[in-house]
Design a protein around this ligand. Structure first.
Ligand code: FES
Ligand code: FE2
Length: 439
């Protein structure tokens, strides 16, 4: 349970809010690269409560600048993409990718007024299908060498989805290893061979046991957390009846990403990015350690469930998430279909736009959530005390050496330590990898 004041502190994302200030110290996913494909690469982005416009100029350079024209406030999303920048259609003021006004064609000849007009602008970089923005002060931070960035583009598929709730409750579902046995329970198992591109449909590593069966039959994991240089490692151990242990290792990457195993071949690195206080996007990089990803199939699977242009899910509160009581009785725990994203979406949206944490009761299985909130509070305190270098993944060179993190489902023999199961499983996967995935 949190006080209202603490809940506000951890959830609000504006530039003058405490959690917002922490999030601004990190690269944030701003758009999918595919959103800028097509004849006119210009589009709106709302990030951390700020209305922005993202564009790619004729030279290929990306720009992310304030959406409202600093002259009289017209919407620059309708701007003319020309002369290596964006020109406002109202009176022709022209902006480059740094937000500098470089021309005011209607002002008197020789006017230098434009030199003093600069709109907000943020640095952007593109990595394996996602365009990231840095909205914080000072130099841009280094990028960690996570697997999703180290892999070649052919082995990474990126997608996103809109959730109508605060980013923190979305993040907290990703560090809650207990829910998979309930929320994502399938009452019958499918053939794991049909599970390409989907989570929890493979067999548990090196066994014939479908993950769906394992999660269903062993609903009481022992959960441990460990703080790491990138955030937090979560270990969920399920003791099987035959004496072996199922080991699932997932990760929290500070401040708002997770990295989890999706199948034996792929991991998911997923950010929960605030649009504003009450809305967020999940951005995922599905990274293959085996064959190149079949982007067409993976996009098609997900486009059946989302609409453009905002990637809002077709199942949502307005249609009861497709809830079907017969299905709930016979097929799935939720009665909301087989797409686990919908289950998670229902769980986090049904809490309300910002979960009222003054009314919650956390148990032992919520250890990841409890630990993460402590880390976030610590980061807030360090920023307030003006020691940004104390934030996780904050200082220069060492950040670019952060690799992995190692996310795996594996089954260990009787008496085998989870650390050994985890490392051995990961070593095998990395050795067989087509790209250089060495740690
Ligand atoms: S409002 Fe944009 S140039 Fe006038
Ligand atoms: Fe989930």
């Amino acid at each position: 349970m949190l006080s209202q004041e603490k809940n506000d502190e951890l959830t609000r994302v504006g530039p003058n809010d405490r959690a917002g200030a922490v999030l601004r110290r990190y690269w944030q996913p701003a758009a999918l690269s595919v959103e800028l494909e097509g004849p006119r690469p210009v589009g709106p982005v709302k990030l951390l409560g700020e209305e922005l416009v993202l564009f790619r100029d004729e030279g290929g350079q990306l720009g992310l600048i304030g959406r409202q024209c600093p002259h009289r406030g017209a919407d620059l999303c309708y701007g003319r993409l020309e002369d290596n920048g964006l020109r406002c259609p109202f009176h022709g003021w022209h902006f480059d990718s740094t937000g500098q006004c470089v021309e005011q064609p209607g002002e008197p000849e020789g006017s230098r007024m434009h030199e003093n007009i600069k709109t907000s602008a943020y640095p952007v970089v593109e990595r394996n299908g996602i365009i990231f923005a840095y909205m914080g002060p000072g130099e841009t931070p280094s990028f960690p060498a996570l697997d999703c960035f180290a892999a070649p583009d052919s082995h990474v598929f990126a997608f996103k989805g809109l959730w109508e709730c605060n980013w923190l409750q979305a993040m907290e579902v990703g560090i809650d290893p207990a829910h998979a046995s309930f929320l994502h329970r399938f009452l019958e198992d499918e053939d794991p061979a049909d599970g390409y591109g989907q989570q929890f449909r493979d067999t548990a590593a090196n066994t014939e046991i479908p993950m769906t069966q394992l999660l269903r039959e062993y609903p009481r994991p022992e959960i441990k957390v460990e703080e790491t240089d990138y955030g937090m490692r979560l270990i969920a151990l399920r003791q099987l009846n035959d004496g072996r242990t199922h080991v699932r290792v997932t990760n929290q990457i500070f401040p708002e990403a997770i990295c989890i195993p999706m199948s034996n071949e792929m991991t998911i690195t997923q950010w929960h990015v605030p649009v504003d206080d009450e809305t967020c996007y999940w951005y995922s990089m599905f990274t293959s350690f085996g064959k190149p990803v079949d982007k067409e199939v993976m996009r098609e699977q997900r486009m059946k469930e989302h609409r453009l242009p905002d990637y809002a899910p077709l199942k949502n509160a307005r249609n009861n998430y497709g809830f079907n009581p017969d299905e709930q009785r016979t097929k799935t725990y939720t009665g909301m279909g087989l797409d686990i994203n919908v289950h998670d979406q229902w769980a986090v949206e049904s809490m309300g736009r910002i979960q009222d944490r003054t009314q919650e009761h956390l148990g032992k299985t919520d250890v990841g959530i409890i630990h993460y909130r402590r880390m976030l509070r610590e980061a807030i305190k360090n920023l307030q005390n003006d020691i940004p270098d104390a934030l996780p993944m904050s200082s220069g060179a060492s950040v670019s050496e952060i690799r992995g993190p190692v996310s795996i489902d594996a089954i260990g023999n009787v008496n085998e330590k989870w650390e050994d199961v985890w490392r051995a499983g990961d070593r095998l996967r990395r050795q067989a990898c087509e790209w250089d995935a060495s740690l």
